[in-house]
Every structure is written in C-alpha cells, then in structure tokens.
Design a protein around this ligand. Structure first.
Ligand code: F6P
Length: 514
C-alpha cells in the first residue's frame, strides 16, 4: 500500500531541510566544495548516461528523498505494476505496457498474457516486413490521435536513419480537415496504406478521419480495402464493423500513452523493420529491468522522479523544458507532454481526496539549437526558474563536416551558462546562474537507445505519480470537453444557443456568420 508523500516523516524533514539550507543552495559553491559531485550525481543506465549534478540538490536532500520513496512504499508499487495488479483503480485495470517488451513472463504469473503479446507481435511484424517489401506501397498514412499518434510519429521521425527508402510516412491526427486533405492531395489509392489507430475505435477525430479516408479511397478508384486499410485497436469488433478486415489487437491493460510498444507501433515497424522494432522493445525492456531491480540510489528513473517531486513541491517550479539536441527528436517534447501531463495532471489522490500540493509540471520544449534563439532568453534571465533537460547524442548519423561539434558545443555551453551565470553590474547583461539542468547522453540514436529513453521517462512519471499518491493511468479530465463538443456541433448548423453561457453563445454566433 502506498502512503501519500505528504503523510510521511521524510516529507517534514525535507520541508525543514529546504527552509533551513536547501532553498539557498548554490551549484557553483556545491561544485567548488565537492570534487566528487559529478561522479556522485551522474550515472549510467541502459543505453544512456545521465548527469544530474547540475541540479539544485545536495546529498542530504537526496538522502531524504530516498527515505521518502521508502516511506511511501515505492518499491511495493513498482512490484504491484510488474505483478499485473490492477493499479489503475479508477478504471479497474492492470498496467502492463512492460509486458509488451518482455521476452519472458515476470515470475510466471503473466505467462498467458505474454503468450498473446508474442503471437500478436509476431503477426504484426510479419505483416510489417511484408508491406515493407511491397514496393507498390509508397505511402503509409497513420490516422490516430493522442497515444495513437504521438508515439509512432515521434519514433518514426527519430529513427529516420533506419527507415526503408521508398516509403513516406504521414500522420493525420486532427479533426481539422485541412490536415487530412493536405495529405490526401499527394496520394494515389493503389500506392497507399491507411492504418487506423485507435485503442477504443470510438475517438471522434479518428473516426471522422477514417471515414473520410475510406470515402476518398473509394471515390478515387481504390478497390481492395482489405489490402489498403489495417486497424490497430483493442476493439477489433468495431474495426470489422467499419469494414476493415486486417486488424492487429492489443489489450485494455495498455494505456493509450503507453501503447507505442503494441500494435499501435505498426508504423514504426513498417518504417524500421521487425528487427529494428524488436531492438526498440529490447531497449525499453532493459530499462524495465533496471527500474525493477536496481536499488533506489542508482535507479535512474527513481532519481529523476524524486528530483521532479523535489522541484515541484519544495522549490515550487511549475514547468520543465526538454531540449533534444538532435533534430530527429523534434516530436519528443510533444510525446512527453502527453506521457507526463496526461498521467500526472491530477488534483485528487487515489482515494479521491483533493491534494494539498502540486502535481504534474507543464512540459514544453523544442530541439536545440533552435530553442536558444527563441525562448532561452527567459531560461537565462527570466524571473522563473525552469529546470531544463538536455538530450545529446554523441555520434551523428550524417557526415556534414563540423556540424555535430557545433551542436554538442552548444548543448554543453548552454548547460554551463545556465549554471555559472555571469556577473555584470549593468543589470541587463547580468546572468544570475544557478539555473538547474539535467544532461542525458546517448551514444547513438538507435532503436535500442530510443526504447530505453522512452521507458526511462515512463518510469520516472510512475515514480512521481506513486509518491503523489495519484492514479497516473486514467485520464478523466479529457472527457468533459468531448461531451460538450457533441452538444455544440449540431448548434453550429441550427444556431440554437438555448442553455449556453453568453460567451459560448456569442462566439458560436460569430463562427456562423458569413
Ligand atoms: O482523449 C484522450 C485519449 O483517450 C488519450 O488518452 C488517447 O491516447 C487518445 O485519446 C486516443 O484514444 P484512442 O486510441 O482510443 O483513439
């Protein structure tokens, strides 16, 4: 049983430590006082290296955070997830995305589920390789939104180096017809494969786009739906009713934002092949094992999750910025937004009681060096402190002379500048410094490394969510707007504003004009 973080003795100790000294913590002094700081606050984990030493944390705070994790029962919560317990209590579901990347069942108990996972995976990968080899298919269009879009889109972009030549990948998510119309413009039905990706197969945006794509396919002379459409869903029945016979299923114990490892990952498998997809899974599995089995002190997702709690609840930081110094990771911030903010953007605990402390920070970011020329001004000299996360890749996958050294130099220099600052009496040119950052190093952006990186973030979100005592696996907050949109849609043609507030009624009238 997890104990909520604020109900532990360690929480009170942390509060005291923060007020007494940690609030004034200075990175420059900490490095000067402790030559071992880098070694202590950095570590290797599967497929990556992480430097946490430029964070506003001292050994005492770290020790108390480990005590907090123990007093909260974090390990029991981790074990409960890996045992397949129904830890998603509000939906009465297990949370087992780790099983999608497991070679063997943990402790035998989930052998049945794992058998289904491998059967589906084998079928999906055989299909992916066959379609990959089919040169008449030049365009793959994934239609899905949220977890059925962001993960595959992010990964296909990130692994561009490994993508089969001769195939283009398109991702349509928005109900805004401009998006689908723009993609369809350049396509021929006989060369196109549509993947309708939806866990529920009921999501309004995806259904609207799927129907329009099917209509376009038929009206443009396409005939073989079975060959040109596949559905990736837990609701195979609904996909069949829609008219799609090629289906790849998954299970209700895979959350949408944790689903790129399932059939939802088919676009990734089509792009990088079955071997690449298995490497992606293997990288994530290695991180699962690290998370499950490593003592807290050297457990990277745990250390990061604890840091997140420290920053959010003691320093009071409300956002975190992600800076991938690799342009292929350009969709990573968007992917992480859903992962973290949909998981931990909660205001009540598991018992339904309103929390007296903050939870998910706002996540945002752009690839470096672009962000440097946009919002880094605020990170260096603004009034708010925003912890920044650098993700650098040691080896480039291009051979353009000089670029990669410039890129890496910029990443290092920004982290350094944030920390050291610069004295200047003039005010405008003064950099206060002492601004925190974390620095990840991947050797190369391979499927394996990407798998490990994503799983690292998943488990870090798990850690902070567990300490906060929330359910990181539901998303009731997305429901109200969906219901209201269904009510408003017919009013846009009828003009009926009865029962609407004055602002919504006024805007609706304006959108109907002309
Ligand atoms: O509305 C939010 C959400 O349910 C996400 O959690 C999910 O990833 C997305 O919609 C798409 O859902 P589906 O895969 O069922 O279409």
């Amino acid at each position: 049983m997890t104990v909520r973080c604020d109900r532990t003795p360690a929480w009170q100790e942390l509060r005291k430590h923060f007020e007494a000294t940690a609030r004034q913590f200075d990175l420059r002094q900490a490095f000067a006082a402790d030559p071992g700081r880098f070694a202590h606050f950095s570590q290797s984990a599967p497929a990556l290296f992480a430097d946490l030493s430029k964070n506003l944390i001292d050994a005492k705070a770290e020790e108390l955070l480990f005590a907090l994790a123990r007093q909260c029962g974090l390990q029991a919560r981790i074990d409960a997830m890996f045992a397949g317990e129904r830890i998603n209590a509000t939906e009465d579901r297990a949370v087992m995305h780790f099983l999608l990347r497991a070679g063997a069942a943990p402790a035998g108990s989930l052998a049945g589920e794992l058998g289904q996972v491998h059967t589906t995976l084998d079928a999906m990968l055989a299909y992916a390789d066959a379609m990959r080899a089919d040169h008449t298919i030049t365009d793959v269009v994934n239609i899905g939104i949220g977890g059925s879009d962001l993960g595959p889109q992010m990964a296909v972009l990130a692994l561009d180096e490994f993508v089969a030549p001769g195939k283009r990948f398109h991702f349509v998510s928005n109900v805004d017809g401009h998006e689908l119309a723009g993609v369809l413009k350049g396509l021929a039905p006989e060369h196109t494969l549509f993947l309708i990706a939806s866990k529920t197969f009921t999501t309004a945006e995806t259904m609207a786009n799927a129907h329009s794509a099917k209509r376009w396919f038929e009206q443009s002379g396409g005939t073989d739906i079975a060959r040109h459409f596949a559905a990736l869903t837990t609701n195979v029945e609904a996909a069949r009713e829609f008219g799609i016979s090629t289906t790849f299923g998954f299970w209700d114990w895979v959350g949408g934002r944790y689903s790129l490892w399932s059939a939802i990952g088919l676009p990734i498998a089509l792009a990088i092949g079955s071997e690449g997809f298995r490497a992606l899974l293997a990288g994530a599995h290695a991180m699962d094992e690290h998370f499950r089995n490593t003592p807290l002190e050297r457990n990277l997702p745990v250390r990061l999750g604890l840091l997140d709690v420290w920053y959010r609840n003691f320093h009071g930081f409300t956002s975190r910025s992600i800076a991938p110094y690799h342009s292929a990771l350009k969709r990573l911030p968007a992917y992480l937004q859903q992962l973290e903010m949909e998981s931990n953007g909660k205001r009540v605990d598991l018992a339904g009681d309103v929390l007296p402390f903050g939870t998910s920070p706002v996540l945002w970011g752009e690839p470096g060096t672009n962000g440097q020329h946009a919002y880094f001004q605020m990170l260096h000299q603004g009034t708010d402190v925003v912890p920044l996360e650098f993700i650098a890749v040691r080896d480039a996958s291009h051979d353009l002379a000089g670029h990669h050294a410039k890129l890496l130099a910029n990443a290092l220099a920004q982290a350094q500048a944030l920390m050291v600052g610069k004295e200047d009496a003039g005010g405008h040119r003064h950099f206060p410094g002492n601004r925190p950052s974390t620095f990840f190093v991947l050797e190369k952006l391979t499927p394996q490394a990407l798998g490990a990186l994503i799983a690292l973030y998943e488990h870090r979100v798990f850690t902070s969510g567990a300490l906060w005592g929330i359910n990181s696996f539901d998303q009731w907050g997305v429901e109200l707007g969906k219901v209201l949109a269904r009510d408003i849609e017919p009013r846009l043609s009828s003009g009926d504003v009865a029962g609407l507030d004055a602002s919504t009624a006024g805007l609706l009238a304006r959108l109907r004009q002309g």
